[in-house]
Design a protein. Sequence first.
Length: 539
Amino acid sequence: MQPVFRGSIVLIVLWAFVVAAGIWARPLMPVDETRYLAVAWEMWHRGDFLVPYLNGEPYSHKPPLLFWGMHLGWAVFGVNDLTPRLVAPLFGLASLFLIVRLGDLIWPDRPEAARTAAIMVLGAVFWCAFTTVTMFDLLHVCFTLLGLCGLVTVARGRTVQGFMVFGAAVGLGVLGKGPAILVHVLPAALLAPLWARSLGYAGRWPVWYGGVALGVAAGAAIGLAWALPAASAGGDAYREAILWGQSADRMVDSFAHGRPFWWYAAVLPLMVLPWIIWPSLWRAVSSEKRALWVDGGVRLCLIWFVAAFVVFSLISGKQPHYLLPEFPALALAAAYAFARAAAKADGLAVKSWDHWPPALVFALIAAGTLGAAFLHLRPSWATSDGDVLAWPALVLAAGIVVVIVTGRKNIVTGLTALSVLAVACLHLSVRPMILESHNFKPLALKMKTWEDEGYRFVTFGKYRGEFHFLGRLTQPVAVVDGPRNLTKFLAGLNGGKAKIFRVEKHVREQLGPDAVLPFRGRDIVVWDAARLPAYLLNR
């Protein structure tokens, strides 16, 4: 079997294993996953694929590409729970192969570096866990890599083709998660004199920057091809939100609150485990530091990573997954250093004990899981029934032993397999507890039955679509901000039936709620308006 084909099979198998474990073990998680599928479901039910909707209102917080991917699955297989949960992970899988493509473009004489980089990205525990989640960031990873492939293609002498790819990547990135795609790709384009000549660019810089400008303009045109018709169809408030207000408000809010500027520096080492404590990698970087500094590909990776890291550090609104598009930059530079070191005759790349520090991390994960299982340790939101299972930790322990015994042979793949096994085992360990405290489907199905009987729903405070997709609800949930408005809503039903749900600290069983759903240490309680407890109207 050819090494390239074998490497691709390994990537697909490991990816499929962790995604299957995550989807099987974990229900749709409120509030993000349930909300995004609710938006896709409401668009589908309305037959409106232009304007995203949530609870009967245009949803301006995210562009539509992820939702369109869900619709594509439903168009082929019918409306189901599985295919929409595969859309974001499939973008993650595509990203792994784009890492290989980008690495081959940068270092065509070292194909092992590109394949090592892809396996290292999957082996980062944070990436591995996040690749099972339905969110937008893996779309940005995919289009960031595509855009950088376009830029390197230009540097390699195919100007028109490269800038066409770059422009398409910017446009798809805008449709995937918005204009933040420029944070990930534009610094490398603007600072091309620092890296492109080393990769063979022989053109003139006015041509380069003209192509970048045209690519950004083409990307903007792709985004506007959706945004302008959607703005016209969605109404004044939606138009203001997607064309200007949403981005401006988020920038103001991000600078006004959030985490300190050093936060990413503090959490990044944890995000890139186990590679941060792998001695082979540090030894390779140390031995090759001079060659790395002058290499155009490594400079490209450093510009790509450092620029985004600085920008996101300055913006106070921070989430760890914002940096996912920069993981491939770190992996490519590290894999290139490792490939150079491994090619040396002195065997500098891997020593016999190098796998022990990463293995210790996974051993600690296994021990912690076993301890939680046998000591019945659970988070405060867990109730008395769900428990942590011990057997997945034993499987992880067995995997650690296998990697230690095999030693230096295929060590990168072995450590990545341990990451995949660890993430899968953690999902399986907490499955009973998560199903007990985060599974909204049973209540959603009850709500669908009530909806079919003619009931309307009303809640206090906020509703983020938690029940709409899971119950295939078709009517919006009314939201009121207090007892007075609840009374007005009920009076406006003109004799119609209604169910009221809200979060309670403790269920009042003597008041006879129609349904109770445990969630994060509290209960979502449903009342029939005809038997509404007086305290709900007198708070």
